[in-house]
Design a protein around this ligand. Structure first.
Ligand SMILES: NC(=O)C1=CN([C@@H]2O[C@H](COP(=O)(O)OP(=O)(O)OC[C@H]3O[C@@H](n4cnc5c(N)ncnc54)[C@H](O)[C@@H]3O)[C@@H](O)[C@H]2O)C=CC1
Ligand SMILES: O=C(O)C(=O)Cc1ccc(O)cc1
Length: 312
C-alpha cells in the first residue's frame, strides 16, 4: 500500500485502550499523522501511555486535548460517547474531523446530533477488528490489516464533507483496512448478527458450562475442546465495553436473538426426532459458509491464526 503522507497534522485520541492505542501505533507507523495527543479518564492508563512513549501529549482534560486537533477519535466505551462528545464539542477547531470507533452506531449518531457540531466534519466509524484484550498495552499497529472499517457518514451534498470522508477513508486504508460506507441503523442490525449475538452466546455458554460442572460432575473447563476454548476467549472480552454494546444496541440484538432462538428450536427438534438429514444438511451449509470466508482471504484455515498477536 502506498503511503499517503501526513493526512492530519494533529490527531487527538480520547481513550487510549486496545483500539485507541492501535490507531496511534498504526498512524505513526504509516506516517499519516504528525503530533499525537491522548486524553484518558484513567490516571493509570495515562501514566502507562507516557511510559510507552506513543503520544506527544497526555492529559485528563478533554477540552484542552482537542483544541488544536485536525482529527479527533473517540475510542471509549459506547455509553460514554455522549458525555465525551459534549465535553469536547465547544473546544473543537473549525474544519476538524470528529470520528469514533464504537461498536454501535445509532446511539453515537444520536449523541452527536444533540450537540452543535456545525463547524466540524462528523463521521462516525467502526473498525471490525479487535481482540478480547483491553487497555493501552493491548494495542498493536497491525490490528486493522485485512479487516473492514465501516464509516456511517451523514447524507450530505457538501463537497467539503465528501472530501473529509475521503480523507478519513484514506487514513484507514493506510492501515491495510478496507472501508465501507453504511447507514448507522443498518450497521447496528448487521453487527448484531455477526458480532453482538456471537458474543452473547459465548458469554452465556461459558457461564452455563461453569454452572453445569456441578450437574454433570465433570470437569467441563479442564477437558474443554478447542471449540469451547474459542468461546472462553470471546467471553473474556471487556465487561464494560460489552455491557455498553448490549444496552446501546438493545433493539437490534433482541430482534436477531428472536430469529436465532427460532433456529435453535429447529435444531433442537431435529435432534429430538433423530432427523439426521436435517442436521447433516445444516452442517454442510455452514461448512460451505466458513470455506467461503477462508477462500475470500478474510480468515486463515488455521485455528486462531493471527488472533494472539500483540497480546503477550
Ligand atoms: N475491543 C474490541 O475488540 C473493539 C472495540 N471497539 C470499540 O472501541 C471502543 C474502545 O474499546 P477498547 O479500545 O477495546 O476499550 P479499552 O477498555 O481497551 O479502552 C478504553 C479506554 O477509554 C478510557 N475511557 C473510558 N471512559 C472514558 C471517558 N469517559 N473519558 C476518557 N477516557 C475514557 C479508558 O480508561 C480506556 O483507556 C469501544 O467503543 C468499543 O465498542 C471497536 C472495535 C473492536
Ligand atoms: O475478538 C473478537 O473475536 C472480536 O470479535 C473483536 C471485535 C469486538 C467488537 C467489535 O465491535 C469488533 C471486533
Amino acid at each position: 500500500m502506498s503511503r499517503p503522507g501526513i493526512l492530519y497534522p494533529k490527531m487527538t485520541v480520547i481513550g487510549c485502550g486496545l483500539i485507541g492505542g492501535s490507531i496511534i501505533r498504526a498512524a505513526r507507523e504509516h506516517g499519516v499523522v504528525g503530533q499525537v495527543t491522548v486524553a484518558d479518564a484513567s490516571e493509570a492508563h495515562r501514566a502507562r501511555v507516557i511510559e510507552l512513549g506513543i503520544a506527544d501529549h497526555v492529559t485528563g482534560d478533554i477540552g484542552e486535548a482537542v483544541k488544536d486537533a485536525d482529527l479527533v477519535v473517540i475510542a471509549t466505551p459506547v455509553l460514554s460517547t455522549a458525555e465525551v462528545a459534549a465535553a469536547l464539542a465547544p473546544h473543537l477547531k473549525p474544519g476538524a474531523t470528529l470520528t469514533d470507533v464504537g461498536s454501535t452506531k445509532a446511539n453515537v449518531v444520536e449523541a452527536f446530533k444533540a450537540l452543535d457540531l456545525s463547524k466540524v466534519f462528523v463521521i462516525p466509524g467502526h473498525p471490525i477488528a479487535g481482540t478480547e484484550q483491553s487497555g493501552p498495552d493491548a494495542g498493536f499497529a497491525e490490528l486493522f490489516e485485512n479487516r473492514w472499517t465501516i464509516l456511517t457518514p451523514a447524507e450530505s451534498d457538501d463537497e467539503a464533507y465528501a472530501a473529509a470522508v475521503a480523507r478519513l477513508s484514506t487514513f484507514w486504508r493506510a492501515f491495510g483496512a478496507q472501508v465501507e460506507l453504511m447507514d448507522d441503523k443498518h450497521h447496528d442490525l448487521v453487527l448484531a448478527v455477526v458480532s453482538h449475538l456471537p458474543h452473547l452466546i459465548a458469554y452465556t455458554i461459558v457461564g452455563s458450562a461453569a454452572d453445569l460442572e456441578n450437574v454433570t460432575e465433570s470437569e467441563v473447563i479442564k477437558f474443554s475442546a478447542s471449540g469451547f476454548r474459542d468461546f472462553t476467549r470471546i467471553a473474556a472480552s471487556d465487561p464494560t465495553m460489552w455491557r455498553d454494546i448490549f444496552v446501546a444496541n438493545k433493539d437490534a440484538v433482541l430482534e436477531m436473538l428472536g430469529r436465532f432462538t427460532e433456529d435453535l428450536q429447529a435444531m433442537s427438534r431435529a435432534i429430538r426426532w433423530g432427523d439426521a438429514d436435517t442436521l447433516h444438511a445444516h452442517f454442510t451449509r455452514t461448512r460451505a459458509i466458513r470455506r467461503g470466508i477462508v477462500a475470500a482471504g478474510q480468515e486463515s484455515a488455521e485455528p486462531n491464526f493471527g488472533r494472539d498477536r500483540g497480546k503477550h
